[in-house]
Design a protein around this ligand. Structure first.
Ligand SMILES: *Cc1c(COP(=O)(O)O)cnc(C)c1O
Length: 440
């Protein structure tokens, strides 16, 4: 197979995601023959550092031997079975472990992040209906929030480029101020911005809680908006307000779950929170859950919410399904991921790694074109002043020439590397960034 052949066939036969296909004329897709650790390797044997973990899913590098071994073992047992009317060890064990890790006792499975969002929204609404509050049909989300792109998920997403075209198809939802600390005025801290955003949330709930089912948010980092980061106090304040006004809090940790922000789940960083259940009524997980091996998502919720569906009447149950719900191979990959977290002390190792990488990026942070340099756990981002039109595409293309695969969002450059990234690879990333900041 040659790189050029595959590019031509790809353009002829498939429709790439989140892509204006005509732009592939000038910016062809990278043909990937294989992967090894943090590297992608093309058909000519050229290596590219996967600086964004293959769209944030790949935690422990490509071709991770333990995840691979778990999948091969599972292939000899059962590859897939319907989860309505059947059950199997990988899905039970995964649900038990996630419940222990989060304090949320029941797990419902989907296949992609967007399906998890759909499940959480429907469950929240249905809970209130089962509790005799059918008028609670509204959803609230944060400005610049992203929760996926199916019709329901897009309704709570607030990214104009993805949403505006489809506006006539969507449900009306409300957005409140994001706690993004870049909005800080003179003398204002990140914590002050969090308090200001919480005050706006409080005012909104004061007026609309009676018709609101849930608030959905991305804890600590709004990813697709361009890695907007905020103070964890906001999560505690939002929880208090949701309690006061009887509104669910849906934590969308599809991107930030599994160690990305420094703790296993981002909600754990809220002041005084002992576990996710102290913040969230529903927790959506996907992306890193299988280490980037197979599509899987889950929505975890409280036993008390689950109990409101448990009844002699069929229609009070949650009659929602996806064909691949709880796929055994995907669940085995997820179990292997949890094993790696435990056995390798990943969270502690990442803390050291993150501190070193932040030091290594000092020159980038101090660059005159760099604004709002920011870091949470294993995510780094900054905004480029005077980023010209086409900056993201040009940066991406020039970085490829230097052996780095990276996709800025507008004028925001971010790094979200696999946790196995080493010192020399971090240096390559920093050096490449500095070079490109001179030239673009
Ligand atoms: C990626 C993402 C989704 C959607 O997940 P898909 O698997 O792409 O459908 C939802 N919410 C957040 C926060 C995400 O980052």
């Amino acid at each position: 197979m040659r790189n050029q052949d595959l590019i031509a066939r790809s353009r002829a036969a498939l429709w790439h995601p989140c892509t204006q296909m005509k732009q592939l004329e000038s910016l062809p897709p990278l043909p990937v023959a294989r992967g090894a650790g943090p590297w992608l390797i093309d058909y000519a044997g050229r290596r590219y550092l996967d600086a964004i973990s293959s769209w944030w899913v790949n935690l422990f590098g490509h071709a991770e031997p333990r995840i691979k071994a778990a999948l091969i073992d599972q292939l000899d047992r059962i590859e897939h079975v319907i989860l309505a009317g059947c059950t199997h060890a990988p899905v039970v064990e995964l649900s038990e472990r996630l419940a222990r890790l989060t304090g949320l006792g029941h797990a419902f499975y989907g296949s992609d992040g967007a399906s998890a969002t759909e499940i959480a929204l429907k469950m929240s609404f249905h809970y209130w209906k089962n509790c005799g509050r059918p008028e609670k049909t509204g959803f609230l989300s944060l400005k610049n929030g992203y929760h996926g792109e199916t019709v329901g998920a897009l309704s709570v997403t607030d990214v104009a480029l993805f949403k505006d075209t489809y506006a006539p198809l969507l449900r009306t939802t409300q957005q409140v101020m994001s706690p993004d600390w870049r909005q800080a005025g003179p003398g204002e801290t990140a914590e002050d911005v969090a308090r200001r955003a919480a005050a706006e949330l409080g005012a909104h709930l004061e007026a609309h809680a009676d018709t609101t089912a849930a608030l959905i948010l991305e804890p600590l980092v709004q990813g697709a908006a361009g890695m907007a980061m905020y103070h964890p106090l906001y999560l505690s304040l939002a929880r208090q307000l949701c309690d006061r006004h009887a509104v669910h809090l849906i934590a969308d940790e599809i991107a930030v779950g599994f160690g990305r922000t420094g703790t296993l789940f981002a909600c754990e960083q809220a002041p005084a929170a002992a576990c996710v259940a102290d913040i969230a009524d529903f927790l959506c997980l996907s992306k890193g859950i299988t280490g980037g091996y197979l599509p899987l998502s889950t929505v975890l919720t409280r036993d008390q919410i689950y109990a409101a569906f448990y009844d002699d009447e069929t229609a009070r149950g949650f009659l929602h399904s996806h064909s691949y719900t709880g796929n055994p191979l995907a669940c085995r990959a997820a179990l292997a991921v949890l094993d790696i977290f435990e056995r390798d002390g990943v969270l502690a190792a990442n803390r050291d790694k993150a501190a070193r990488f932040t030091q290594g990026l000092a020159e980038v942070a101090a660059h005159p074109r760099v604004r709002h340099f920011r870091n949470t756990g294993m995510i780094w981002a900054f905004d480029v002043t005077d980023a010209p039109p086409g900056f993201a595409r040009d940066f991406h293309r020039r970085a490829l020439d230097l052996g780095v695969f990276i996709r800025p969002i507008g004028g925001t450059v971010y790094f979200m590397p696999p946790y196995v990234i080493g010192e020399s690879e971090m240096r390559l990333l920093a050096d490449t960034t500095l070079k490109l900041l001179q030239g673009l």
